[in-house]
Design a protein around this ligand. Structure first.
Ligand SMILES: Cc1ncc(C[n+]2csc(CCOP(=O)(O)OP(=O)(O)O)c2C)c(N)n1
Length: 386
């Protein structure tokens, strides 16, 4: 295996000086090093296609860009790659992690894992599969190839090639101070900054206390897993892939059944990936939608990379987008009270819960996607989500 630091060093040595992307845990140690580089710090993008756009702009301005993404993000950025980078010819190195490699991974990665090489082939994007032994040659190849061809090229990173797991303990520990600095900078005098004091698990427990039989659509990652550990029930829809879409599923649900309250447990990274949903909710104004965002200011599920929510008051954005009732809370009692009120009053509701970046040791969701789907749908038909 090669260390994240060694990969970062190789990239820098080959002239890459602009880094952006959406994190994947397979490259968490690489991103951790890039985040601390002062001359070319990693820029956290909200979506992979936004990262592809940033890379094009950076190249136009004279940089050598590198975009890091999970292969699921290859799907998200197909159009940006096809009708921007490849059409204009914008050189970039796209580092794509290979989840679902050899069919061994969580269900949400299996199909994308199987077709990852074909997606790159269809796009006619040259790529190499990284190995620890050939890493130096792979990066050298990519740097040369993108210049010669004047187009993006990819390096695909299978599991267990780059070391993981040593990266972000420091970032998580540093979160409150850093967040405080940022929040102080952006908060106006009339509105005190929010200081996270409870973990996401404590916040989820508090929110769950207020929820009776209402269905809950969970964003992917640890939000699903921690809520599952608090209490499983058919009325929990665990969205284990499709980052960003929990809010869309919740909105679809409540538009189809306006009389029924629908709760969404979202993350800051998830919300930012699909920020436009705020405008849709604001415009459509579903009265019974309760959108709860657990904002830990990091991409917790992939190793605590800093999220752009740091310093952005998501609650104020939701209010500006037209949510009827918006609250920002930081204690367990306030989380419970806010969700309780939201369930019995007119919305759409937005509850921002600032949490620490602490992560509980919780199991994966044991159900197959079809099981999650069927029991959830049946629970809605029965009116029995408990
Ligand atoms: C399109 C896409 N890109 C990246 C990922 C990898 N990924 C899974 S969960 C996650 C972080 C989610 O962050 P957030 O919504 O803030 O929740 P947290 O884990 O911090 O609670 C990421 C980046 C993904 N699943 N899909």
């Amino acid at each position: 295996m090669i260390s994240g630091r060694d990969v970062a060093t190789l990239l820098t040595r080959h002239g890459f000086d602009f880094f952006t992307g959406v994190p994947c845990s397979l490259v968490e140690d690489v991103i951790a090093v890039l985040e601390t580089q002062h001359d070319a710090p990693y820029v956290a993008a909200v979506r992979e296609d936004a990262a592809v756009g940033l890379a094009a702009g950076a190249w136009l301005a004279g940089r050598r860009p590198c975009v890091l993404m999970q292969n699921s993000g290859l799907g998200t950025s197909l159009n940006a790659l096809a009708s921007l980078s490849l059409m204009y010819g914008f050189p970039a190195l796209v580092v794509v992690t290979w989840r679902g490699f050899e069919g061994k991974d969580a269900p949400e990665h299996i199909l994308t894992g199987r077709i990852t090489p074909q997606i790159l082939d269809l796009l006619e994007m040259p790529y190499r599969v990284l190995s620890a032994d050939s890493a130096a040659a792979d990066v050298a190849w990519a740097a040369k190839e993108m210049d010669t061809r004047m187009q993006p090229v990819a390096i695909v990173v299978p599991p267990k090639v780059v070391q993981t797991g040593n990266a972000h303990a420091k970032t998580a520990a540093a979160t409150p101070t850093e967040a405080r600095r940022q929040m102080t900078k952006t908060a106006d005098a009339a509105d005190a900054p929010l200081f996270a004091s409870i973990s996401r698990l404590t916040a989820i427990k508090a929110a769950r206390k207020a929820i009776g039989s209402e269905p809950i659509v969970h964003a992917n990652g640890y939000i699903c897993r921690e809520s599952f550990s608090v209490g499983d029930r058919p009325g929990n829809f665990y969205m284990i892939g499709s980052m960003g879409l929990a809010s869309a599923i919740g909105l679809g649900l409540t538009l189809a059944q306006p009389a029924r309250a629908a709760v969404v447990f979202d993350g800051d990274g998830n919300l930012l990936m699909n920020f436009g949903i705020l405008a849709m909710v604001g415009g459509l104004a579903p009265r019974r939608l309760v959108h709860v965002v657990f904002d830990n200011e990091v991409y917790g599920s992939t190793g605590n990379q800093i999220s752009p929510s740091r310093g952005v008051r998501l609650d104020r954005v939701a209010a500006a987008a037209g949510y009827a009732a918006v609250r920002a809370v930081t204690t367990a009692a306030d989380v419970e009270a806010a969700v309780r009120t939201a369930l019995v009053t007119d919305g759409p509701h937005f509850v921002l819960v600032k949490t620490t970046a602490e992560e509980a040791d919780v199991p994966r969701i044991p159900y197959s996607p079809a099981e999650i789907r069927d029991r959830f749908r049946t629970s809605l038909e029965d009116g029995q989500t408990q």
